[in-house]
Structures are given as structure tokens and as C-alpha cells.
Design a protein around this ligand. Structure first.
Ligand code: FPP
Ligand code: MG
Length: 295
């Protein structure tokens, strides 16, 4: 991973603008899940750290824009760039990072560049759907999972597929691994938003629902509530929750085991991801660590 961090540093230096270096230095790196995946799959290839750096710049750019869109003041436990330096700066920094990433992509074979570039269109579509779906309470599980696939899983799927091509490995099984890992990862993230506290999350707890996002535990809850409680849940959608209201939601989720039900789906998808690459112990380990994260 040090090789990836060095590549990222080199690319940022090449942008040759102190303000970008300063702002980038304020971003906390995060888990670097996509980079780790690329290194695990294509470790023997000398261009793997560059591909990993490219994907992390794209991911970083998407989060900068996402925080502007979500009006989020915290990212990974620290103030977001839009909070410290304003939304205009956050958007422009995002533009610089992802255009730099795209410039670097041209040194890879066409198929790799196409896979990464088209996944960015998909994730942008997913973000747009996410924002649109937050206008109203969404109780459609399939619609939610379609959006999740685009918004979160496509870049992970593309990372795994492109790394496999780079390493001369089977690209479709690695793509399937990345897709299911990405979906499972996001479902667990959605669960953590509900069961963790602000200190652990690095952002306010139950923030998804406050932002209007009806994640799986809310979708499952809506389906099983009686009419009065359905109305109550709808009335709380996309609003700042009092402690009592948050507690009511959590108690109902506990009563109807909707977090467990969501976790079951995450576990099922992880299982499918493992089956796709069952002979690769390290890739299987990544999934097991991810599943444990939710405890
Ligand atoms: C986080 O979702 C957001 C994403 C994973 C994708 C955002 C994509 C864009 C803004 C498209 C633009 C892309 C580029 C490359 C500029 P979330 O809000 O559910 O998660 P969070 O809790 O981490 O904010
Ligand atoms: Mg967000």
C-alpha cells in the first residue's frame, strides 16, 4: 500500500498547485478498499499501484462532490472540504482529481481504461438516482438495490475486473466478486449508520434517513408495520430526528429484526462473492474482515 500512497503523492505533485496539495493533505485517506483489492488481484504487475492510485483519486473526487450534494459537514471524522473551504472549492478539487485520474488512465490498455471510465458514468447515474429517490420515502427494495449497485458497487466491480485483466486473470469472475463485495459492503455501511454512534461513524448516526435515504432496514420495516406505524415512519422521513423518534425507529427495527434481515442479504452477497473466487484465500479474507466490521 505504500507504493499506492507514493503514486497518489506523485500524481498530486504533478498537478503543481500548492492549493491542491494543501487541500488534498486535509483529506483523510480512508480504508482504501478499492486500492487494496487491485493490489491483491494484480500485485505482480508493476502498474498495479498506479491503477490503484487512479481509482482512489476517482473515489476521493466522488466523495468531495457527494459531500457538497449531501451538504455533509463531516467526512471520515474530520470536517469536509465543503465545510472548511466552501462548496465551490470542493467541487473544483473533485474536478481536478478525477480529470488527473482520467489523464493517467491513457497509459493503460483500452479495455482497462474503458472499464474504469464507464464505471464513473455509472456511479454518477447512481448518485443522481440516490438524490432523486430521497425526495420521497422509497419502499421498493429492487429499486434501492439497483441504485446501490450503480452508486457504490460499479467502481469496486470495475477495479476488480480491470486488475484481473492487468494480471491476466479471469475478468468475469473477478468482476462478479467485486460487484457482490461492493453491494455487501454498502449494505453493511447502511446498517452501521443505524447501529453505530457518531464517534464510531465519524458522522452523525442515523444520518441516512435524515438525508431522506431509505436504506434496507427502513424498507423492510415499512413493509411489516401496521398502518398507523407506517404513517408515523413516513412522517419522520427526511427530518431531523429527536432522541425519542430515533429510539422509536430503532425499537421497531429491533422488534421486526429488520437489521438482521438486511445483514442476511449482505452475508448472502458476500457468499456469492466468495464463490466467484473461492480458490483465492486473500480475496476471501477481505470479505470475511468486511463482514466482521458490522459487529
Ligand atoms: C457516497 O454515498 C457517494 C458515492 C459512493 C458516489 C458519489 C458519486 C458522485 C458524486 C458522482 C461524481 C463522480 C466523480 C468522479 C466526480 P453516500 O452519501 O451514501 O455515502 P457517505 O455516507 O459516505 O456520504
Ligand atoms: Mg454522502
Amino acid at each position: 500500500m505504500q507504493r499506492v500512497e507514493r503514486e497518489i503523492e506523485r500524481l498530486i505533485k504533478e498537478i503543481n498547485y500548492d492549493e491542491v496539495t494543501r487541500l488534498f493533505g486535509m483529506l483523510f485517506g480512508g480504508k482504501r478498499l478499492r486500492a487494496k483489492l487491485i493490489l491483491k488481484i494484480a500485485d505482480s504487475n508493476e502498474k498495479a499501484p498506479l491503477l490503484a492510485a487512479i481509482v482512489e483519486l476517482i473515489h476521493g473526487a466522488s466523495l468531495l462532490h457527494d459531500d457538497v450534494i449531501d451538504e455533509a459537514t463531516l467526512r471520515r471524522g474530520v470536517a469536509s472540504v465543503n465545510a472548511t473551504d466552501g462548496s465551490k472549492t470542493a467541487v473544483m478539487l473533485g474536478d481536478i482529481l478525477y480529470s488527473k485520474a482520467f489523464t493517467e488512465l491513457i497509459s493503460f490498455e483500452k479495455e482497462i481504461a474503458r472499464i474504469i471510465a464507464s464505471s464513473v458514468t455509472a456511479l454518477s447515474k447512481g448518485e443522481m438516482m440516490d438524490v432523486k429517490m430521497a425526495d420521497e420515502f422509497n419502499s421498493d427494495e429492487e429499486k434501492y438495490l439497483d441504485m446501490l449497485y450503480l452508486k457504490t458497487a460499479t467502481l469496486i466491480e470495475a477495479s476488480a475486473e480491470a486488475a484481473a485483466i492487468l494480471a491476466g486473470k479471469d475478468s468475469s469472475s473477478h468482476a462478479l466478486y467485486g460487484k457482490n463485495l461492493g453491494l455487501s459492503f454498502q449494505i453493511i455501511d447502511d446498517i452501521l449508520d443505524i447501529i453505530s454512534d457518531e464517534a464510531t461513524l465519524g458522522k452523525p448516526a442515523m444520518n441516512d434517513f435524515v438525508e431522506g435515504k431509505c436504506t434496507l432496514p427502513y424498507i423492510y420495516l415499512y413493509k411489516v408495520l401496521n398502518d398507523d406505524d407506517k404513517q408515523k415512519l413516513l412522517s419522520l422521513h427526511a427530518k431531523a430526528l429527536s432522541e425519542q423518534e430515533a429510539l422509536w425507529i430503532k425499537e421497531k427495527m429491533h422488534e421486526h429484526k429488520t437489521v438482521e434481515k438486511s445483514f442476511e442479504l449482505a452475508r448472502k452477497l458476500s457468499g456469492e462473492a466468495m464463490n466467484a473466487v473461492s480458490e483465492d484465500v486473500e480475496l476471501v479474507n477481505i470479505l470475511q474482515t468486511m463482514i466482521k466490521r458490522s459487529y
